[in-house]
Design a protein around this ligand. Structure first.
Ligand code: HEC
Length: 480
């Protein structure tokens, strides 16, 4: 479509001719007429039909649109921009190792590059279509013809614009007349404004400016300080009367809001804290072997640091303590964060670690242990437990000097560890290694211990370990 703005009639109301409009009863006649007009050399033409007509582009001589090329260029620009941006961010400006991936462009950059390509293409399609069609447009002179309404209903229109460079009023009339249209009308200006009135622009400006006011208020509030609490649109339960754990209260005689556990009760989840299956040691043994006050016992169970030279003489007599022990110990356990700083191995008195596996050493458990070991441990410790897993190899290759190699299971120190100790390493982590209690159930952890034991044993196996009837097959294999 082209622009039909009157050039010198902005002030005057003299009717101006915009071209000729021919009306046809069906698309065949329209196509025929369009071809005729095209062959006569007119290019500033247009057709209006109630439904899409095949071949009308070709009949009107409309060239294929350049939009696809614009979109291709913009999409490519988006791709280049995304690649450059990501390379610059991670490869130049902020070099940061993420999971040992190389710096700069990686497969992880593909989604962003893809999205940026799509984003730029989509916007260029939308905006390019609008621009190429010279939109938005306030009015078109063809609308001044009252018959034109039927273009969306049942009639077909062919329009030759007066702005065509070969336009001649009489010859166009003759040409269109020769195509036997139902009606042939000259399109003339009817005095309706061709441009948006000023007040519409002013109104739009006002709306935009008004729309900025809430934003300004929010910005102002964010940037200023106030003694009052934040403005709450919905109160929810923000201002309910309540006591927080560390606050005082008059409700209880001792003034404490947080209540100690009632003597003789077991809290949710606390059963597990008292069971060797979950701890790797028997808490009762701990109490028996380490003669200590309840608080000391609690801190030991949590692995919190406390010098072992804690003189028992300074503590209250044991008799009163033992009564209070069941009540206070679990409470403290429950409120302490699980990741309380572990005590350095040298200072912590060793716990009475289990020396026997609490699960059966059968094939099912061994298979379970193998599976879970390969999923959770082999990445660092390697499939054979040598401490040479893929993560270790990669970190070693990067040679940044901060990597602590995973411990081999075949060194004497680890071989000498009891099963409970290894269970504890898996559950709570050890040194630089994180704990896996949140990923593995206690049974799975014990199964891994079983598998680790099997790995260790596989290095030291003696011929006597092998059942007599299986030895011959081993010797056969060895002789091959
Ligand atoms: C992310 C790498 C990584 C993974 C995964 C990992 N470990 Fe470790 N592991 C280490 C490192 C590093 C050390 C040495 C820690 C230290 O001494 O600070 C270690 C140490 C150990 C030790 C020796 C502890 C001691 O007393 O010195 C054992 C046993 C162990 N890991 C078992 C396991 C088991 C079983 C799994 C699977 C559930 C596992 N690890 C998963 C990195 C890992």
């Amino acid at each position: 479509m082209s622009d039909h703005k009157p050039k010198n009639t902005t002030g005057t109301k003299a009717p101006k001719a915009y071209g000729w409009m021919a009306e046809y009863p069906d698309e065949h006649k329209l196509l025929e007429a369009a071809r005729k007009v095209r062959d006569s050399g007119y290019t500033d033409t247009d057709a209006f039909t109630p439904f899409p007509v095949h071949g009308i582009d070709e009949a009107l001589g409309i060239k294929p649109t350049v939009l696809p090329f614009i979109v291709l260029c913009c999409g490519f620009t988006g791709l280049c921009l995304a690649v450059t941006m990501q390379y610059w961010m991670n490869g130049v400006d902020y070099m940061y190792i993420i999971s040992g991936k190389p710096m700069g462009i990686t497969p992880a950059s593909v989604p962003v590059s893809f999205e940026m390509t799509i984003l730029f293409s989509a916007f260029s399609t939308f905006l390019g279509m609008i621009a190429l069609n010279k939109l938005p447009r306030f009015s078109n002179p063809v609308f001044t013809n009252p018959r034109f309404d039927r273009a969306t209903d049942d009639k077909f229109f062919l329009y030759v614009s007066a702005s065509d460079k070969y336009y001649n009023r009489d010859s166009v009339k003759e040409l269109l007349g020769g195509t036997s249209p139902d009606v042939l009308d000259e399109v003339v200006e009817d005095g309706s404004p061709a441009e948006l009135p000023k007040f519409v622009w002013l109104g739009a400006l006002l709306v935009v400016l008004t729309g900025l006011i809430p934003l300004m208020i929010v910005l102002n509030i964010r940037e200023s300080f106030s003694e009052k609490p934040r403005f709450h649109v919905f109160l929810d339960m923000d201002f309910q009367p309540k006591k927080k754990a560390d606050q005082q209260t008059t409700v209880f005689a001792d003034g404490r809001t947080m209540r100690p556990q009632v003597a003789g009760t077991v809290g949710r989840g606390q059963l597990e804290e008292q069971d060797a299956f979950y701890l790797g040691y028997d808490p009762n043994d701990l109490a028996a072997t380490v003669k200590m006050t309840p608080t000391r016992l609690v801190s030991l169970q949590d692995g919190a640091a406390q010098p072992p030279a804690d003189a028992p003489a300074t503590q209250p007599p044991a008799a009163t303590d033992s009564a209070a022990a069941p009540a206070t110990a679990p409470t403290a356990n429950a409120t302490q964060p699980p990741a309380a700083a572990p005590m350095p191995a040298a200072e912590a008195p060793e716990k009475p670690w289990l020396t026997e596996l609490p699960i059966e050493a059968n094939e099912a458990n061994m298979k379970l242990g193998e599976l879970k070991f390969q999923i959770y441990c082999s990445a660092c410790h390697g499939y054979a437990g040598n401490g040479d897993g893929l993560v270790h190899k990669r970190a070693d290759a990067l040679a940044q000097g901060t990597w602590l190699p995973p411990t081999s299971f075949h060194i004497d120190r680890v071989k000498a560890q009891s099963v409970g100790k290894i269970f504890n390493t898996i559950s709570k982590g050890q040194g630089k290694m994180a704990g896996y209690a949140n990923a593995l159930t206690p049974k799975e952890r014990w199964a891994i211990v079983l598998y680790v034991r099997a790995l260790q044993r596989s290095r030291d196996a003696k011929l006597d370990d092998i059942p007599v009837d299986k030895r011959s097959s081993l010797e056969e294999a060895g002789s091959k």
